[in-house]
Design a protein. Structure first.
Length: 515
């Protein structure tokens, strides 16, 4: 039965009228607050906001747990944040969130799209009869550093629940989220190729990545089979050696030094290692790293199950005092030969080299206390000139395995012949074996000669082209060996003099024509 007031108006309508009368007052309060807020100092406003939150928290029956993307007390991305993100993406994000972020994941059955919670979005989860509210936030602010005032983004997940479920959340729900997030990350994992951003990037973007899709495998690698087996066994021992490394008191990491002339397959070897172990690859460009501190931050941001690569380590930065001294001595000699007007002017190489990474900083990166942060990492150096490296950088214990990537041998050639021509034997194999024993040719050059130029795949023509290239290289090597030392330089100088005389004669003729 409906109740009526004295003026025959239903009671609930009286309540509605009272609310309508209150709206102008609320609007006036809001406008007044917005006006006054502009004149309140930021610190005072923060105190007011904190006091308001404290009042509401004292009467609110709900508890909120915040999971920051980057912990305040630890460096690197929070494992709890990554687990929460993977868990929500796999459970409730696709069905209950309104703003989603699409990501491509390689889940074993081909490429597929996973949906992640978007910024400033809220989703609801149910567990053990309790309701859990998840909210993802993103805030932006400028770094406090005067020298590097870049904008930084901070993300966090906020889990809210009724306080009577506190024990359930702490004892069961949070472990459930961690386990579910880790399992989802394994299912959706795709191998990635990372590169460091110049200048360090923002806090959440020290590395950029693309999907790693290199097809190299050890079966297709042009190398002596016995040496390949040795490398594969070493990688297997490392991958399965977590307990062993802990028992001997060593960090779970391993160093590989790949050295040899250009074109001998150093980068292909790294890709084969990554495919064999199913690891990510971090391609670290040292010339883009400004300080040792930045190098340490980059290392901390790498994940387990990864290969950290520094290619052409001898060319990346000046890492030894000896090399610095040689560099300075060479500069002095050059300045003595230069016109006075050019002395003291920095060249392009000097201007572009701004890295202050030192040898001690790099050694701490690969073998110091910071190298023990995380685990299951492989560090790979490549170089074309191993003799230029400081012995402290490549000693045993830092570079545990040295792999020489040599010129093509007959065993390596047979692998290439199988890859490119699908053959195991041919009448020209004998000639090729003899020539490879006499001539230095890289696997890359051999592969270029073997690659068919048409769809009919003429095996004999491809092998004949390789024989011709090897024979030509043999003649050129014999001719160079027969010439006396310095003859090539003298011949070059003579050619330069001839060109100068011709140019001078040409200029004289032009001058005569004008007259």
């Amino acid at each position: 039965m409906e109740h009526f007031g004295d003026d025959n108006i239903p009671v609930h309508d009286h309540e509605a009228f009272r609310w309508l009368d209150a709206w102008p007052v609320a609007a006036s309060i809001l406008v007044t607050w917005l006006t006054v807020r502009r004149h309140i100092p930021f610190d005072v406003e923060d105190h007011i906001a904190a006091a308001v939150r404290a009042v509401f928290s004292s009467v609110s029956p709900y508890v909120t747990v915040t999971i920051d993307e980057h912990d305040a007390d630890t460096l690197g991305r929070s494992e709890a944040y990554r687990a929460a993100e993977s868990y929500l993406s796999a459970t409730c994000a696709a069905h209950r969130a309104r703003r989603l972020r699409a990501e491509v994941a390689d889940g074993g059955g081909g490429d597929r799209v996973t949906l992640a919670v978007g910024d400033n979005e809220e989703v609801v989860d149910e567990f053990g009869g309790a309701t859990m509210w998840w909210r993802k936030t993103k805030t932006s602010h400028y770094a406090s550093s005067f020298w590097d005032p870049r904008e930084e983004e901070r993300r966090a997940y906020h889990l809210s629940f009724h306080r009577r479920h506190r024990d359930l959340v702490q004892a069961a729900y949070l472990p459930h989220v961690l386990a579910g997030g880790r399992a989802a990350a394994v299912r959706n994992r795709q191998r990635r190729l990372f590169t460091n951003n110049a200048g360090g990037g923002r806090e959440d973007s020290l590395w950029s990545h693309v999907k790693l899709e290199h097809p190299s495998t050890f079966d297709k690698l042009a190398m002596d089979p016995a040496r390949k087996r040795e490398i594969v066994e070493d990688l297997e021992m490392f991958r399965d050696g977590k307990e062993y490394y802990a028992s001997v008191g060593k960090a779970w990491k391993r160093g590989y030094l790949l050295f040899g002339p250009p074109g001998t397959g150093k980068s292909t070897m790294i890709a084969a290692m990554a495919n064999f172990l199913d690891y990510d690859v971090y391609d670290l460009e040292l010339t883009a790293v400004n300080t040792n501190t930045e190098l340490r931050r980059l290392f901390i941001e790498t994940t387990a199950k990864s290969i950290i690569v520094i290619e052409d380590i001898d060319c990346s930065v000046d890492l030894t005092a000896k090399r610095r001294k040689e560099y300075d001595d060479n500069n002095k000699k050059k300045k003595n030969k230069m016109p006075p007007s050019t002395i003291g002017e920095p060249n392009d190489e000097e201007q572009s080299s701004s890295s202050k990474v030192t040898l001690s900083g790099l050694l701490n990166f690969i073998d110091g206390l910071w190298s023990a942060c995380g685990g299951e990492r492989i560090i790979v150096f490549t170089t074309n000139h191993v003799d230029k490296l400081d012995p402290a950088l490549i000693r045993r214990g830092r570079m545990d395995m040295r792999i020489e990537m040599s010129y093509c041998t007959f065993e390596a050639f047979k692998v290439l012949a199988k890859n490119y021509l699908h053959i195991h034997d041919h009448e020209l194999f004998g000639d090729i074996r003899r020539l490879l024993e006499e001539v230095d040719m890289t696997p890359a050059d051999v592969a270029e000669n073997l690659m068919p130029r048409s769809s009919n795949r003429d095996v004999h023509a491809s092998l004949g082209k390789l024989v011709a290239a090897l024979s030509k290289a043999k003649k050129e090597a014999a001719l160079a060996k027969a010439l006396p030392p310095g003859s090539n330089d003298m011949e070059q100088d003579g050619d330069d003099d001839d060109r100068s005389d011709e140019e001078e004669d040409g200029n004289s003729n032009k001058k005569g024509d004008k007259e």
